[in-house]
Design a protein around this ligand. Structure first.
Ligand code: PXL
Length: 296
């Protein structure tokens, strides 16, 4: 990755949870709204996500992941970004590494969201070995976007629910970049009670930025996927890291406000649809600024 102009296309490697929006059912609409043409590589198909539902169906697609990617490769598919999230098995971690080798060029942005847990706990389908593998995968990314649970697991730190000091946030972000990525974005960041957002760090500039909004009480499933997809959309549209991070915080916050107002059961996922128009407008503006600067 050398410049901040990317093709507006993406290979999204996540599960497909049919009900309870998260992963692909969030990444596809959000990236489309950002003007990013997105191809879906499902890692598993579930009836619902695993957060708070019981008796969900779970179809592991490990056997299909590489054949699907190789088929794309066979007709010359190319992507401005490769974006991985929830993976269905330990083997899939090595497979994503292989897929990165297939599609990575100097102009590809690789975003790894090491989806594996929240609130200090791993999700039901994640084993400790899988979680360790996620840390390995982060080494191959240009950008990583874990929440605090995932970051602490990857770095071998005890989970801390916050609020945090700036020094601690910087330590975590630098620790993540020391693994390999140039940029790290940490969700669930805050310096005081009553606020919540994300902190980002660019290892090239050594700068950390924090973006927070008022915390809305409750737990909102799928918002990590909403955040990471928006962050990627922003970066692909030429936004600086801190602007992409702030846009993702704003979009996620708007969605959470609507969800808290209207949703009886937060397991059903974030109500983002009414905010996609706003997001499209922000992304269009970023794109036009990028085009203007390219013409100069
Ligand atoms: O939003 C993260 C996520 C993605 N995919 C599945 C999940 C979860 C979180 O619970 O269960 C299947």
């Amino acid at each position: 990755m050398q410049s901040n102009t990317y093709d507006l296309s993406c290979a999204a490697i996540h599960d497909l949870s049919g009900f309870g929006k998260c992963s692909l059912t969030v990444a596809l609409p959000v990236l489309s709204a950002c003007g990013v043409e997105t191809s879906a590589l499902p890692t598993a198909v579930l009836s619902t996500h695993t957060g708070g539902f019981v008796n969900f169906t779970y179809r592991d697609l490990t056997a299909d992941v590489l054949p699907m990617a190789r088929h794309w490769q066979s007709f010359g598919a190319q992507f401005g970004a490769v974006y991985s999230g929830f993976l269905g098995s330990e083997e899939q971690i090595g497979m994503v590494e292989e897929i990165l080798q297939m599609f990575r060029t100097p102009r590809t942005l690789v975003l790894v969201d090491p989806v594996m847990g929240d609130g200090g706990k791993l999700y039901q389908t994640y084993t400790p070995a899988m979680a360790d593998g996620m840390g390995r995968l982060c080494r191959r990314a240009d950008v990583v976007a874990p929440n605090m649970t995932e970051a602490c697991h990857i770095l071998g730190l005890p989970y801390d629910p916050g609020p945090y000091t700036e020094g601690f946030l910087l330590q975590v972000l630098q620790g993540l970049c020391d693994l390999g990525p140039r940029m790290a974005v940490l969700t669930g960041a805050c310096l005081r009670e009553g606020e919540l957002g994300a902190a980002c760090y660019d290892a090239q500039t050594g700068e950390m930025r924090l973006s927070v909004r008022e915390q809305i009480p409750g737990f909102f499933h799928g918002t990590g996927d909403l955040f990471a997809s928006t962050l990627l959309g922003g970066l692909l549209n030429g936004m600086a890291l801190e602007d992409a991070c702030d846009t993702a915080v704003e979009f996620t916050h708007r969605t959470i406000v609507t969800t808290a107002e209207k949703r009886v059961d937060s397991r059903f996922g974030p109500m983002f649809e009414g905010h996609l128009g706003w997001l499209s407008g922000v992304m269009e503006k970023a794109r036009s600024i990028l085009l203007q600067s390219a013409e100069k």
